[in-house]
Ligand binder design. Structure first.
Ligand code: SF4
Length: 360
């Protein structure tokens, strides 16, 4: 069994740790590139959303490199995600690939069954250790990334925090024990605190990012939105990180369930029921961040994403009610850097003007 899986931000570091700790060989798909996108677009039905196309490209590139088992996610409506893996499996088989596909559904029983399939000879203790290391890497990466997003708009030397982030990712990737991981984590945060020289007296714009998880987390797809905004002098708060998803939706930890209840209540005047994906959270976080005096919100989603199209149509009313500007960015395979940058610059100008004239 040689395992591969799709890219989504730093997810590959977490899954590689998990599967190699379970004794499996992993072949990572090459980093997402124009070729990945072209392959995905070529073999996908036209109407599917962008994550389908790019992950299909990932699978083709990984199978070409020798992977024979694909691990991917399932889902339970109302959006189309639930049947995407089956459709992708059919397309790949039609192209002549021989492989096994393991579809992880968002519930613990399914995860445990699939882990036994991947590592049948491992004891519960070994499986626990593998998960512990992988989840610790996930938490470390999310924590460092949050700090980078705070430091980036304040740094004197452009790129200083990104260089530390890159080193941290490499060190976390290679850490094979919890103590080694903790050292890499501590070092990275310590250096971000102590070694990056900051401009004095800056008060950056604060922008929240809401929307669909894949677009929010994968820099190739969102055209490096978070780093770009940081380098334009904006402190970015992404409302979804991998750890939020895993701890909230898979492990259903009580603090996340409380948070989700609160978010549902915030969204209720605008949207009274679940519409799939993270559409409801896009509404709720916009209300929440408006109340917290954020300067603006950016709503990101793949073109034709049903839950986020619902949210997009409601957001103008939310924006008006809580007095926070919202920029919606729909991404597809035609999205170009120049168009996105122009819209971001115009949005930032607007937010700066509002701040300078105190028109809140
Ligand atoms: S959430 Fe949106 S992008 Fe993701 S699968 Fe559903 S419709 Fe597609």
């Amino acid at each position: 069994m040689i395992i591969s899986f799709p890219h989504m931000g730093a997810l590959s570091i977490v899954l590689q740790a998990l599967f190699t700790s379970l004794g499996r060989k992993v072949i990572l798909p090459p980093a997402i590139s124009k070729r990945t996108l072209e392959l995905g677009v070529k073999y996908s039905p036209e109407a599917v959303c962008l994550p389908f196309k790019i992950t299909l490209g990932n699978f083709i590139e990984a199978l070409d490199q020798g992977a024979n088992t694909i691990v991917t996610c399932g889902g339970v409506g109302p959006c189309r995600l639930g049947y995407y893996a089956e459709v992708q499996k059919g397309i790949l088989q039609g192209l002549g690939y021989e492989f096994e596909m393991i579809i992880i559904e968002p519930n613990l029983v399914n995860i445990i069954n699939n882990v036994h399939r991947i590592a049948p000879k491992h004891s519960l203790r070994e499986i626990y250790s593998a998960f512990r290391l992988a989840l610790a890497k996930m938490n470390a990466l999310d924590s460092i990334q949050r700090k980078v997003q705070t430091v980036r708009p304040r740094e004197i030397t452009r790129g200083a925090s990104d260089a530390l982030w890159k080193t941290a990712m490499d060190e976390i990737n290679t850490a094979d024990t919890i103590p080694a991981l903790r050292t890499a984590w501590y070092d990275a945060e310590h250096k971000l605190d102590q070694e990056v020289k900051l401009k004095a007296g800056v008060n950056p714009l604060r922008i929240g990012v809401v929307g669909e998880i894949y677009v929010m987390l994968e820099p190739f797809v969102n055209l490096d939105l978070v780093r770009r905004l940081g380098q334009m002098g904006v402190e970015v708060h992404t409302t979804m990180q991998l750890s939020n998803y895993v701890n909230g939706h898979l492990f259903r930890k009580s603090e996340y369930l409380e948070l989700f209840k609160h978010l549902t209540n915030l969204a209720r005047p605008y949207l009274g029921h679940y519409v799939g994906g993270h559409g409801l959270k896009s509404i709720a976080y916009t209300v929440h961040m408006g109340q917290q005096n954020y300067d603006g919100m950016i709503h990101v989603f793949p073109f034709t994403c049903m839950p986020e199209v619902v949210a997009k149509n409601i957001l103008p009313k939310v924006s008006n009610d809580v007095n926070i500007p919202v920029l919606s960015l729909a991404y597809d395979e035609q999205s170009g850097e120049a168009g996105v940058v122009t819209r971001l610059e115009a949005f930032i100008d607007l937010l700066e003007y509002r701040r300078s004239t105190n028109t809140y």
